[in-house]
Design a protein around this ligand. Structure first.
Ligand code: CP
Length: 318
């Protein structure tokens, strides 16, 4: 593996999940692989889980880790090419990226969508510049349009908890006061479609995701109908994708909050969310605190998905 930015980079799922479960049962089996190797984690945006789980995964592999928060202490970076740099940005990514590459062996990047220019976001300008100019294997720690480390952890979690060969998995939009990117739902859809599950997406009208991510999923605008017989409910908010409303909040309707009455329509489904979650907006306390909520084991699997990816990237350079 030379990079990890989308579902195609992971290869066959059965091998990836087998490797994940082997690592989970002995996470220190490969401590020599990362010896004298350095991971640089570059954050353009905030994080709790990704920062901690990825650093822990690298440490499990014997690596040294450098964390750079671009907005806290680093020079403000210009990302546009060909501009006259007479504003507040002191350094261009074109120098900053290869310089970062000098000090490490692998680079993880978190850079969210700006949500004002759809074309710019869906071009994945920032992470693609890291791939092009760093000279190092690069992996996404959530980019503008995808969050593959999260989706891989979600896949591992579903494989661990499922009781049917082909479970019904429902991705449901839920309300949130702020405009959020489509990266998590896009990526979740990409991975669930590839897994071949019975996959349904439910959201209010106006929240349609990009067709290339929806793929073969069934779209159901009636949330209650979508929940019927589900084995897993995956809640997430996202802002509008379709023009002219790209990046906008069209609704904060709490009728879409996941509650116990809707969970009762499912086949005793597990509740999932990538976290952080807004309680009693996205999901009621009753549901997230119930014994069918698996948000903590799901977050714990972020260490495992990161470790598989970093291990494979290290194997490509050793
Ligand atoms: N789920 C997730 O990526 O969490 P953080 O934003 O805290 O890293």
């Amino acid at each position: 593996m030379k990079k990890f930015t989308d579902v195609h980079d992971i290869g066959p799922f059965d091998a990836a999940v087998r490797e994940a479960l082997a690592i989970k049962s002995d996470r220190f089996a490969h401590t020599q692989l990362g010896r004298n190797k350095t991971l640089m984690m570059v954050f353009f945006n905030s994080s709790l889980r990704t920062r901690l789980s990825t650093q822990k995964a690298a440490m499990n592999l014997g690596m040294n880790v450098i964390v750079l928060d671009i907005n806290q202490g680093a020079w403000k970076l210009e990302t546009e090419q060909g501009v006259i740099m007479d504003g507040d940005k002191a350094e261009h990514l074109l120098e900053a990226i290869p310089v970062m590459g000098c000090y490490c062996d692998l680079i993880g990047v978190r850079s969210f969508a700006g949500l004002s220019d759809k074309a710019e976001d869906y071009e994945e300008r920032v992470i693609n510049q890291f791939i092009r100019y760093s000279g190092r294997p690069v992996f996404s720690m959530e980019a503008a349009t995808r969050h593959p480390l999260q989706s891989f952890a979600d896949l591992i979690t579903i494989e661990e908890y499922k009781t049917k060969e082909r479970p019904k998995v429902v991705l449901t939009w839920a309300p949130h006061p702020k405009a959020l990117p489509q990266a998590v739902p896009n990526s979740f859809a990409e991975w669930m479609n590839a897994a071949g599950y019975d996959f349904v997406i439910t959201h209010p009208e106006g929240y349609e995701l990009a067709p290339e991510f929806v793929g073969n999923a069934r779209v159901e605008y009636d949330q209650r109908k979508a929940f019927e017989g589900a084995d897993f409910i995956y809640a997430k908010n996202w802002s509008a994708y379709a023009d002219p409303n790209y990046g906008k909040v069209l609704s904060t309707d709490r009728a879409w909050t996941v509650d116990a009455e809707k969970m009762a329509l499912t086949d005793n489904a597990y509740f999932m969310h990538c976290l952080p979650v807004r309680r009693n907006m996205i999901v009621t306390d009753e549901v997230i605190d119930s014994d069918r909520s698996i948000v903590i084991p799901e977050a714990a699997n972020r260490e495992i998905s990161a470790q598989v990816v970093i291990k494979r990237l290290l194997e490509s350079i050793c």
